[in-house]
Design a protein around this ligand. Sequence first.
Ligand SMILES: Cc1ncc(COP(=O)(O)O)c(C=O)c1O
Length: 289
Amino acid sequence: MNKVLVNDQLMERQEAKVDIEDRGYQFGDGIYEVIRIYSGSMFTGKEHIDRLFESAKKIHLELPFSEEILTKKLQELMEVNQLQTGIIYLQVTRGASPRQHHFPDNDVKAVFTAYTKEVPRPEKQMTEGVTAIVADDIRWLRCDIKSLNLLGNLLAKQEAMSKGSYEAVLHRDSTVTEGSSSNIFIIKNDELRTHPATNLILNGITRREILRLCSDIGLSYKEEAFTLDEMYKADEVFMASTTAEVMPLVQVGDTVVGDRTPGKWTKELQKAFLGAIQQQCGELIKTNV
Ligand SMILES: Cc1ncc(COP(=O)(O)O)c(C=O)c1O
């Protein structure tokens, strides 16, 4: 099944159309979320929906539904498409109106769309680890908003891909901020560090879950920025996101991390993260991690 949601209507994907004057299409004037589905259930669904409402507030966008209705609609979409392991992508734009930079009148309604996609867990990469490049963080100063404007992120990810890497670790001067589509963590002397949740990063839902799990596994942590040099000298480095979960970085730029295999705390966190998934969504069908 391949149904999509447009506002409150479920329809076939081919029937869904975007107005050429939709402000999301013309300006990237909108926000989005990606929610992970495991065993047919949303993982941290409420946290993602809460963050969508926070992003909406930050760009003065009125959402056309309540959190309860949105949750119900997403549930319906997931069920009708019989999605087991994958994602729900959802976005809201400020609607369609004649092109002008300032916001349209209040009678222009926000446009909501959502669809599902099968996405397996990246098990091989989680087991072996992946490499990252480093790139200048050229983005704007409101990275806390999950905005549709992703050009800065896309340029960095493209550079990573073209060099055969999985991710780009972004930095402002010598300070590491986050990945092009993930948060970045280092571990040195049995202590985890990650950039604090300021305007310079997206406060990832996976990031929050990881910090919560640190206490469970007895790993101390600091939400404190670190430099490129500190990252190069770290015992362990990993990235985290909704689709990549806890993903070990075994080489960053030209620097090999540890012995080029996932570190012991990273593996502990992967295990704890899998436990959290299974607690919320039930047993997973197949996994090596
Ligand atoms: C720039 C950026 N930072 C961090 C994240 C991780 O956020 P989450 O864990 O909520 O997926 C993402 C996810 O797409 C992202 O795009």
